[in-house]
Design a protein around this ligand. Structure first.
Ligand code: RB5
Length: 144
């Protein structure tokens, strides 16, 4: 069976966490499509949110991970795309509920605000939780 591909991107504020999360994704058995940034030089987070949104739109991946310093800017940028439901989370409960209730397709993390162990917990829960559908489906439909 082919491995599922996860697309990942960050700005400079999320670069270090992106490297750790990539390693975790490989350890969990996923393929990873990294669309940058590739070092700690200052860049503009909307460019990386847009690059990730393009990869999901073109079908290269169904699920994405975005990281900037706080996670805020890059989630605002990602959510300007109608096909993206990006959720900035700081704990595993939020990671679970945003899958179950919002069918979030992009997990957003703050590289400077969330510890790496908490981020890994959020990642595992996000990837292993299914959308509940039911009453949540009509609400999610109203988002786009
Ligand atoms: C970059 O310095 C920083 O503003 C960015 O990573 C992010 O926190 C924006 O929301």
């Amino acid at each position: 069976m082919n491995k599922e591909c996860i697309v990942i991107a960050s700005d400079h504020g999320g670069f270090e966490m992106k490297n750790s999360i990539k390693k975790e994704l490989f350890a969990l058995g996923y393929d990873v499509l990294d669309v940058g940034t590739n070092n700690t030089e200052s860049v503009d987070y909307p460019d990386y949110a847009n690059a990730l949104a393009d990869k999901i739109k073109s079908g290269h991946a169904k699920t994405g991970i975005l990281i900037c310093g706080t996670g805020i800017g890059i989630s605002i940028a990602a959510n300007r795309h109608a096909h993206i439901r990006a959720a900035l989370v700081h704990d595993a409960l939020s990671a679970r509920l945003t899958r179950q209730h919002n069918d979030a397709n992009v997990l957003v993390l703050g590289g400077r605000t969330t510890g790496i162990e908490t981020a890994k917990d959020c990642l595992a829960v996000f990837l292993n939780t299914k959308f509940e559908g039911g009453r949540h489906a009509k609400r999610v439909a109203k988002l786009s």
